[in-house]
Write a protein that binds this ligand. Structure first.
Ligand code: GUN
Ligand code: ZN
Length: 434
């Protein structure tokens, strides 16, 4: 019986961050590539198709499409699928009027399971094979999230939010229950198969000092757990945070004080930071995760990539569903590009595709497992068709270079440009019927 698969197509994978748009040594591009996938769902060999010994592998020909590592979305809320596009003046109004109402539904495990199935369908449809997700305060929501991830064998990071104040009582835990429930979920799910548990204090506004102390205790007990929270997204949020934590010098210092900044800590948004705060992120290795469609939709602000990277901070780019308005990492990167244009930053397409794959994997400290197509890496791929719609096909007639094709995918692409998706070596997009 055949247990191996050999994919054929154009292949693009990054080995490191490209420094310029002519930095061809940062990536490998094969015009007729082959990827041999072992029975264990890992890449065995990648190279020119003709150079690979197929043996009795099943050959799947994706030519002329482009095979890239599965897209990675390092910040979104699985419990907010039904609030996307809710009309509000700003973040705090949006949270109060819609999000904190919606998340109460996740006390019901049946609702959580139903939404989890749709959530993973949507990720696959868009070529996203790994995500960093916020669940609701209810442990049942995290159970549903991880059960679905495990079923689909996807590398997924998630955590129940810890929140013990400034929210409806139906959505609050306590410092002790938040700690106990998070710990039980870590023991059950962290490193189970491809599941990873992220310690998830929602943000400083919804956690008391006592709760952040408990999050600190969890972070010390589980040093390899990712951490995720929100930081400096919106001016009203920052002002309220300063009132709640008057003894701390600034917003970032609060998280630093409670031991929440370290490699693998994902600081969502991170827009309005002082040089000192950026310095704290750089020193500790915490990543700044930009969420462009959300920041434009909620009018939060314009993330400056050059300033962030210039300060030595690892950047990442994410959808932030449901503040964000698209599941597509291409549409997300398209908006990110436009925001960088407003800062007069150059964001070339090679850097964009690096960020959506290996760059986001690096921020999540998963870059030894995913984000590249290389021996030993998970066979998580997106197969892309830059001529997926009539308008794209017409535009493709004038495309001459790889960079131009990537830019077209970013500017005009969405789920229709993702023709197949592999998770640990198994094609999953064709299974989605909804
Ligand atoms: N800050 C705290 N919670 C949230 C959330 O759910 N969405 C966004 N965009 N910002 C937050
Ligand atoms: Zn968020």
């Amino acid at each position: 019986m055949t247990t191996k698969t050999l994919l054929r197509g154009r292949v693009l994978t990054f080995d490191r961050r490209p420094e310029t748009d002519e930095d061809t040594s940062a990536y490998t591009y094969l015009t007729d590539g082959g990827i041999l996938i072992g029975a264990d769902g890992l890449v065995e060999t990648v190279g020119d198709f003709d150079s690979i010994d197929a043996g009795d592998a099943k050959i799947v020909d994706h030519r002329p499409h482009l095979i890239i590592p599965g897209l990675i979305d390092p910040h979104l809320h699985f419990v907010q699928m039904q609030v996307v596009g809710s009309y509000a003046a700003n973040l705090l109004e949006w949270l109060t009027n819609y999000t904190f109402v919606e998340e109460q539904k996740f006390a019901d495990p049946f609702h959580a399971a139903r939404i989890a199935a749709s959530f993973f369908d949507e990720l696959i449809r868009h070529g996203t094979t790994t995500a960093g997700a916020y669940c609701s305060v209810h442990p049942a929501s995290a159970e549903a999230f991880f059960a679905e991830a495990e079923e689909r064998n996807m590398l997924m990071v998630g955590g129940k939010v810890m929140m013990d104040r400034n929210a409806p009582s139906a959505l609050t835990d306590t410092p002790q229950s938040g700690y106990d429930e998070s710990k039980a979920l870590i023991e059950e799910w962290h490193n189970k198969g491809r599941c990873r548990y992220a310690i998830t204090p929602r943000f400083a506004i919804t956690s008391s000092d006592e709760q952040l102390e408990m999050a600190d205790a969890l972070a010390s007990e589980y040093p390899d757990c990712p951490i995720q929270t929100h930081l400096s997204e919106n001016h009203g949020e920052i002002e309220f945070t300063r009132e709640l934590y008057p003894r701390h010098e600034d917003y970032t210092s609060i998280y630093a004080h409670y031991g929440l900044l370290r490699p693998g800590a994902l600081m969502g948004h991170a827009i309005h930071l002082s040089d000192r705060e950026l310095g704290l992120l750089a020193e500790t290795g915490a990543a700044a995760v930009s969420c462009p469609t959300s920041n434009l939709f909620l009018g939060s602000g314009l993330f400056d990539l050059d300033r962030t990277e210039g300060a030595g901070v690892l950047p990442a780019v994410a959808t932030d569903i449901g503040g964000g308005t698209s599941y597509s990492m291409f549409e997300t990167m398209d908006e990110f590009y436009k925001i960088q244009q407003l800062h007069a930053n150059r964001l070339d397409p090679l850097l964009s595709f690096y960020l959506m794959t290996l760059g986001n994997a690096r921020a999540m400290r998963l870059d030894a497992e995913i984000g590249r197509i290389a021996p030993g890496y998970a066979a998580d791929f997106a197969v892309l068709n830059a001529g997926a719609t009539p308008a794209m096909l017409l535009r493709m007639e004038t495309v001459e270079t790889l960079a131009e094709e990537l830019f077209l995918l970013q500017t005009m692409g969405d789920d229709r440009a993702v023709s197949a998706v592999y998770v640990a070596g198994t094609e999953r997009k064709s299974e989605i019927t909804r």
